[in-house]
Design a protein around this ligand. Structure first.
Ligand SMILES: [Zn+2]
Length: 497
């Protein structure tokens, strides 16, 4: 089954046929480094990390380029506020961004160019555009791209030039020949802002031109996939196409992929979750895997939701998978010699295991359908939990085999989405703590309640013991008496305050 990608350019799902057989080139628009990222900013790197991983799994030698915008008005303004240099701000937040990616489990892009490292290439590209009459130089040294000169303008966002014009606030900018024209090179306004010498005087690049210059310099005038958030389609990506193609006369990116955004009601959120917008705060509170899961459990072209209820669903889902892994692990490590007749639960588990790889691989090949791929995991996990947790299960050689196979297959899957790959016991421990914290329960009170229940049972005060169990259960804590002693776990079926 060929890989299929919804191409924003055609609005259709197309077979992915790369420019060079067996290779795939990917460019995504990176951050403007002037502050810490919030969870909405985490969606593109997490998703395109999965795209890159899956391209590799599908056999493509893949190069992923993501840029850093390290010169921009927002950076300059922050530097002024903090009485420091634009460079210092950019360095600080580039570092912070890389830290966030690392904790999110994103394998870093192969190339991470910065605008300030590509000034000569940017100037060359602007010169080419001026030479081609696609751009013009205003009296003050500002260089503009002439939008009406590019016949295909609007093809990505499906907008007609005249409709765009209606949407532009016509603030009189006499330097522009047309209100739609955008800046390629900006003259320096003040002495303290970063600037470079150019044929048009001291200045710096406009925002759009940097991506064209970096993508063309690193991946070539034509490359395979350009990605980014849906909010970048117009004007940023539309402008990237216009500049690049007006300069080279060639198709710029062949496939355009856009991830949808995260919907969050900031007011409602701050009330319910206490302002957890920053990527690092979310990770500290709920684990990085919870954020990856939240982002990948929805198809990339649909909006992802961030609400308290949704976070609980995410925790419950992770709990289900890791519980199955923990159960399988316990069985996989045992030695069983009995050879018993197959029971229905074993048949179901073996059948789901047999179709597992094909199922999730096909789902991923169909426009990176991560929720569908995850559905295969959950069918398999449900069967594993039903079997390994079966009351009175008589283990056999088959039990051990099924457990080992389950673990190996989940591990194989985890390479692509980077989910469910952690050690089960360690992750469940971490998850329990985050859930208790979220519900405002001190773990010490659980231990105390368990000890009190133990004492009541020893004194044959079963009414007291039952009352303690009920109290824990109302807090969403489930207890289980096992041959190893009393164990507790968090439950997700109870609705908790
Ligand atoms: Zn860009």
């Amino acid at each position: 089954m060929p890989l299929r990608i919804t191409n924003t350019l055609s609005g259709k799902k197309e077979d992915f046929v790369p420019l060079r057989a067996g290779e795939a080139s990917l460019y995504t628009c990176g951050p403007t480094v002037y502050g810490l990222t919030h969870i909405g900013n985490a969606r593109p790197p997490v998703f395109f990390d999965v795209v890159r991983r899956f391209l590799k799994v599908s056999g493509f030698k893949t190069t992923w380029v993501m840029n850093f915008t390290d010169v921009d008005d927002k950076i300059i303004n922050r530097a002024r506020e903090e009485k420091t240099t634009s460079d210092a701000i950019a360095q600080k937040f580039t570092q912070a961004y890389l830290e966030d990616l690392a904790s999110l489990g994103v394998q870093l892009p192969d190339k991470q160019p910065k605008v300030t490292q590509y000034i000569p290439q940017i100037i060359q590209l602007v010169e080419r555009l001026v030479a081609n009459n696609a751009a013009y130089v205003a009296e003050n040294g500002e260089v503009f791209f002439s939008v009406r000169g590019f016949a295909k303008y609007g093809q990505l966002s499906n907008k007609k030039i005249d409709d765009l014009l209606a949407g532009v606030r016509i603030a009189a900018d006499e330097k522009k020949r047309d209100p739609l024209d955008f800046s390629l090179w900006k003259p320096r306004k003040t002495e303290d802002e970063p600037s470079w010498d150019s044929p048009w005087g001291k200045g710096r690049p406009g925002w759009h031109i940097e991506c064209s210059a970096m993508a063309v310099s690193i991946l070539g005038e034509t490359f395979d996939i350009h990605g980014g958030g849906l909010d970048l389609v117009h004007p940023h990506h539309e402008n990237e196409i216009a500049q690049s193609e007006a300069a080279t006369g060639k198709i710029f990116a062949r496939y355009w992929m856009h991830n949808n955004l995260i919907s969050m009601d900031r007011e409602k959120m701050s009330k319910s979750l206490g302002n957890i917008f920053l990527t690092r705060d979310f990770i500290a509170k709920y684990t990085a895997e919870a954020l990856r899961y939240l982002l990948l459990s929805v198809h990339y072209r649909s909006p992802a939701e961030y609400s308290k209820t949704h976070v609980r669903e995410v925790q419950a889902a992770l709990h289900r998978v890791y519980s199955a892994k923990a159960r399988a692990q316990a069985w996989a490590e045992t030695t069983q010699t009995a050879s018993l007749p197959e029971i229905p639960e074993e048949k179901t588990l073996a059948e789901l295991g047999a179709g597992f790889e094909k199922g999730w691989f096909e789902a991923m090949s169909d426009d990176f359908n991560t929720p569908k791929a995850l559905a295969f995991v959950f069918d398999y996990v449900r069967a594993a939990n039903a079997y390994f947790d079966k009351k009175g299960l008589k283990p056999s050689v088959r039990t051990v085999q099924l457990a080992q196979e389950f673990l190996a297959k989940i591990d194989g899957f985890s390479q692509t989405l980077n989910l469910f790959g952690s050690d089960a016991q360690a992750y469940l421990g971490q998850l329990r703590l985050t859930v208790l914290q979220d519900r405002g329960i001190d773990p010490a009170t659980i231990d105390a309640a368990l000890a009190a229940r133990q004492k009541a049972r020893a004194e044959k005060n079963f009414a007291e013991a039952d009352a303690l169990r009920l109290k824990l259960s109302q807090q969403g804590i489930e207890i289980k008496d096992t041959p190893r002693g009393t164990e507790w776990d968090v439950a997700f079926t109870v609705s908790n305050p």
